[in-house]
Design a protein around this ligand. Structure first.
Ligand SMILES: [Zn+2]
Length: 316
C-alpha cells in the first residue's frame, strides 16, 4: 500500500519530467493511475473528493474528530503530504501544514487566493470599518484574517472551481471530468446559498453568539452580527471580563440562543446561557466530520445549521 504510493508518485514524477504524459493505453481496470491528493482539513477534503471523483485518492491530514486549528502533523503525515501529487491547503490556518507545503514544492496548492479572505475578526463591532484595502494583506500577521471561508457557500464554490482547474492542470486526461464534477457540485452550493438567503431573510435577532468565531463569512453573507465566545481559534479561553461583557450583551439584547459547537466542549456557552437565561444550541463550523456531526457531508450539515439558526434567531 505504502510502497504502491511511493512507486506511483515516483512514476508520476518521472512522467512529468520526461514530458511523455498522456500514457494512452494504461487506463486498465487496475485503477492505479489515480491522482494522490492530500488535503489539510475536511472542507478541502470534501471539495477534492467531489471534484476528483474516481480519479483521485484523497488523504485528509486532520483526522476525523480532531480539531484542525491545532493540528500537528506526524513525521509520516508530513512525508505523505509532501509526496502527494497535490497538497491542497489553506495558508496561515494550520502552521504545521504550512511547513509541509514548503517541502511539497509545486504540488502545494494554497486555496486562500480563491477564498476571498477579506474579513478581519472584529472583537467589538467597528461600524463602517474600511474594507476598501482588502486586496493584499502585507505581512500576514497570523490571526489577522478570518480563515473560515467555507461557511459561505459562494466562497466555497470559488475554491471548488480553483481545485478543478488545478486537477485539470496536473491531470489533463481527466480535465473534462474535473470541470463537470465541479460544475455539478457548485450548482448544489448555489441552491444551498439561495435556500440560506431565503430561510434567513427575516429573523427576530441578528446577533449570532457562537463558540469560536467561525461564522464571520456566514454572518456577513446572511445578515447577522457575530459575537464569539473565544475568538478565531477554539483554544483560546475568554477572560472573565470578556465573559461578563458577553453575558451582559446577551441579556441586554435579549438574545434567545447562544451556540456551542461540535468538536469543542460546550462549558462556556452553558455558563453564558445559565447566567443570561438564553438557550444553548449546537452549530457545526464544519471543521471536521464526526459521528456527532449533524449530517454526513458539507451540504447536509449546512442545511442542519440553517434549521438551527432559523430556530435560534427566530426566523420566519
Ligand atoms: Zn475555526
Amino acid at each position: 500500500m505504502k510502497i504502491n504510493r511511493i512507486v506511483l508518485s515516483v512514476s508520476a514524477a518521472v512522467l512529468a519530467l520526461t514530458g511523455c504524459g498522456s500514457g494512452s493505453g494504461d487506463s486498465g481496470s487496475g485503477g492505479g493511475e489515480r491522482l494522490s491528493v492530500a488535503t489539510s482539513f475536511y472542507p478541502l477534503q470534501h471539495a477534492a473528493q467531489q471534484v476528483g471523483g474516481d480519479h483521485v485518492d484523497v488523504t485528509n491530514l486532520t483526522k476525523p474528530g480532531a480539531e484542525p486549528h491545532d493540528l500537528e502533523l506526524t513525521p509520516k503525515q508530513t512525508l505523505d503530504a509532501t509526496k502527494a501529487d497535490a497538497l491542497v491547503y489553506l495558508k496561515d490556518f494550520q502552521p504545521s501544514v504550512d511547513d509541509a507545503s514548503k517541502e511539497a514544492g509545486d504540488a502545494a496548492f494554497d486555496v486562500s487566493p480563491f477564498a476571498r479572505l477579506d474579513l478581519e475578526p472584529a472583537q467589538h463591532e467597528d461600524e463602517g470599518e474600511g474594507e476598501g484595502e482588502g486586496g493584499d494583506h502585507e505581512g500576514h500577521d497570523h490571526g489577522s484574517v478570518d480563515p473560515h471561508f467555507w461557511l459561505d457557500p459562494t466562497r466555497y464554490a470559488d475554491v471548488v472551481d480553483a481545485i478543478a482547474d488545478r486537477f485539470a492542470e496536473i491531470d489533463p486526461d481527466h480535465a473534462a471530468d474535473y470541470r463537470a464534477n465541479a460544475k455539478a457540485f457548485t450548482a448544489e452550493l448555489d441552491t444551498l446559498d439561495r435556500d440560506l438567503e431565503q430561510g434567513l431573510s427575516t429573523c427576530r435577532s441578528e446577533d449570532l453568539v457562537t463558540g469560536h468565531s467561525a461564522f464571520g463569512y456566514f454572518a456577513d453573507r446572511y445578515g447577522f452580527h457575530q459575537e464569539s465566545v473565544s475568538g478565531l481559534s477554539p483554544d483560546s479561553e475568554p477572560s472573565p471580563s470578556a465573559l461578563a461583557d458577553l453575558i451582559k450583551h446577551v441579556k441586554d439584547e435579549k438574545i434567545g440562543t447562544v451556540y456551542a459547537e461540535t468538536l469543542v466542549p460546550a462549558d462556556v456557552a452553558k455558563t453564558i446561557a445559565r447566567d443570561s437565561g438564553a438557550k444553548v444550541a449546537v452549530l457545526d463550523p464544519i471543521e471536521g466530520l464526526t459521528d456527532e456531526s449533524a449530517g454526513s457531508d458539507y451540504v447536509e450539515i449546512m442545511r442542519s445549521n440553517l434549521a438551527t439558526v432559523r430556530k435560534g434567531q427566530g426566523c420566519s
